[in-house]
Design a protein around this ligand. Structure first.
Ligand SMILES: Nc1ncnc2c1ncn2[C@@H]1O[C@H](COP(=O)(O)OP(=O)(O)OP(=O)(O)O)[C@@H](O)[C@H]1O
Ligand SMILES: O=P(O)(O)OC[C@H]1O[C@H](OP(=O)(O)OP(=O)(O)O)[C@H](O)[C@@H]1O
Ligand SMILES: O=C(O)c1cccnc1
Length: 481
């Protein structure tokens, strides 16, 4: 998967625009694009940013080889040979700022800012959105599961139902960032160092003359990691009693049964009964794993029913982001080179939410210095206004500007960090475990009201007066033209 040249993993219109710039002699003009999303997925109160590691790898490896050039030649007779020749020497030489992976993020805040020759900035739009939209969506879905079972062991089981291989592998990574503990996908384990875990399938039991034999053979083969699937025939009459028999046999050998897995039926009822049976037999330490089309709502419901489940195997619903299979992140031009400088540009729409925010922007997380909690994200023009001076700021309610909150003492944490500068990687990519820890640390900056799964309190995202004035000025200008 990683060996494929992804340079043509782009929409044809990007190459066409590159070509048109090349023809006009504007290919080297500077352009600034910002990527952001407008609406949080799943009705969640935050999203979890992911996709940067893949983006970095993609940008570093961008190059049009013989095969790519030949293919382009076959696809468009208008492409001049000299353009294709130019692509042969193509390298990304621009700058990218991005929010670190694992950061909780909010609508309309720039997450990635690309400043490059328009030739380069245009090419990478498609892949950038593809990586960031998918991985952020998955990390957010996983984070919802984590919110309802913060102290339980979370296993990612989705590969077989994922939208193909890349989705499974990068989805497993996104789930781990958000707090899952392990994946069943061995490739994700090998590539990213994610712990792997697994029980066994119904086929193992079906492939034996009896369930008891199946359990015994499995325990024989893997005595240190035995979790037995107990629902093939009858969970309470056969599965759990057979598992207890095997637990006793293991005990005699100085080993222990690690767990049982429930995969059908009423998981609340069965887990309570199985817990009683295991406890009565002296196996209070044997864990109960549940699976079967679980998602954050079912897990919360099962917990409310008092289910005695220690560990959740979550597959289809997580890996396919079943209830919202796409994040609508966009990549918008915010400034272009003109007369030697950068001129802010806007995209106007009849839908006010879709009017873009012009100008090269910075984004800050405002953390109240008195209580250490995040108050808002604040989007500014570079060096603009009060943030730069550390003066008190007013956080206006965007719909009701007469309502505002004043914050006197705060830390303004810059969200956009340098990743590439003039084509050079200028950041150290953190280890996956570091990203995961940092994610957990950052979530603690938010009041629980913003984090709850149902009807969370919206977190404030504010634009500085300078950004809003610039936007109003450009809208006026374009509408009067
Ligand atoms: N106590 C419960 N409360 C709410 N939902 C539950 C409870 N127990 C299980 N569920 C969920 O309800 C759904 C039940 O699935 P379904 O009706 O297909 O039965 P099943 O037990 O999976 O049968 P089988 O897998 O043998 O076809 C699953 O998503 C499961 O996770
Ligand atoms: O339900 P999910 O959240 O998607 O979790 C993964 C599912 O995949 C397996 O079932 P499958 O029927 O594919 O195989 P099995 O014979 O091992 O149960 C497993 O038993 C889970 O039920
Ligand atoms: O290990 C398991 O139990 C497992 C792995 C993948 C899918 N379902 C279950």
């Amino acid at each position: 998967m990683s060996e494929t040249n992804l340079t043509l993993h782009t929409d044809k219109y990007q190459i066409n625009m590159m070509y048109a710039h090349w023809k006009r002699g504007t290919k080297n003009e500077r352009a600034v694009f910002e990527a952001y999303f407008r609406k949080l997925p799943f009705g969640n109160g935050y999203a979890v940013f992911a996709g940067l590691e893949r983006l970095v790898d993609y940008v570093r490896k961008l190059s049009f080889g013989e095969e790519e050039i030949h293919y382009l030649r076959t696809q468009e007779e208008n492409y001049d040979e000299a353009f294709l020749e130019e692509l042969r020497g193509f390298k990304f030489g621009g700058s990218i700022h991005a929010v670190p992976e694992g950061t909780p993020v909010f609508p309309n805040v720039p997450l990635v800012r690309v400043e490059a020759r328009v030739f380069e900035a245009q090419l990478i739009e498609t892949a950038l959105l593809n990586f960031v939209n998918f991985q952020t969506l998955l990390a957010t879905k996983a984070s919802r599961v984590k919110q309802v079972a913060p102290d339980d062991l979370l296993l990612e089981f989705g590969t077989r139902r994922a939208q193909e291989a890349d989705a499974a592998v990068w989805g497993a990574r996104a789930a781990y960032i958000a707090g899952f503990h392990a994946t069943s996908n061995m490739l994700a384990g090998m590539r990213f160092g994610i712990p792997t875990a697994g029980t066994h399938a119904h086929a193992w039991v079906q492939g034996h003359d009896s369930e008891e034999d199946a359990f015994r053979d499995y325990a024989e083969a893997l005595p240190d990691h035995v979790t037995l699937l107990v629902d093939t025939y009858d969970t309470l009459k056969s599965g759990v009693p057979n598992a207890i028999r095997i637990a006793r046999e293991l005990q005699r050998r100085g080993k222990r049964l690690k767990g049982i897995r429930l995969d059908s039926g009423d998981l609340a009822y069965l887990s309570k009964r199985a817990r009683e049976m295991l406890d009565e037999a002296g196996f209070a330490d044997v864990k109960i794993v549940a699976s079967n089309d679980l998602d954050e709502n079912l897990i919360a419901e099962l917990k409310a029913q008092g289910a005695k489940i220690d560990s959740w195997g979550v597959g289809t619903q997580l890996i396919t982001a079943f209830d919202q299979p796409a994040l609508g992140g966009v990549y918008k031009l915010v400034a272009r080179e003109k007369a030697g400088g950068l001129e802010p540009v806007i995209k106007i729409s009849g839908n006010p939410e879709k009017i873009s925010n012009p100008g090269v922007k910075e984004a800050y997380r405002i953390v109240n210095a008195d209580n250490g909690m995040a108050e808002a994200d604040y989007v500014t023009l570079p060096g603009d206004g009060d943030i730069a001076d550390g003066k008190p700021i007013r956080l206006f309610d965007p719909l009701h500007p007469h309502l505002f909150k004043r914050v006197d003492r705060y830390r303004a944490i810059p969200l956009l960090q340098p990743v590439f500068s003039e084509g050079q990687l200028v950041c150290r990519l953190p280890e996956l475990d570091e990203i995961r820890r940092e994610h957990a640390r950052q979530l603690a900056l938010f009041w629980p009201e913003h984090l709850r799964k149902l009807n969370p309190e919206p977190y404030r995202v504010n634009y500085s007066p300078a950004v809003l004035d610039l936007k109003a000025e450009l809208i006026r200008k374009h509408l009067s033209e």
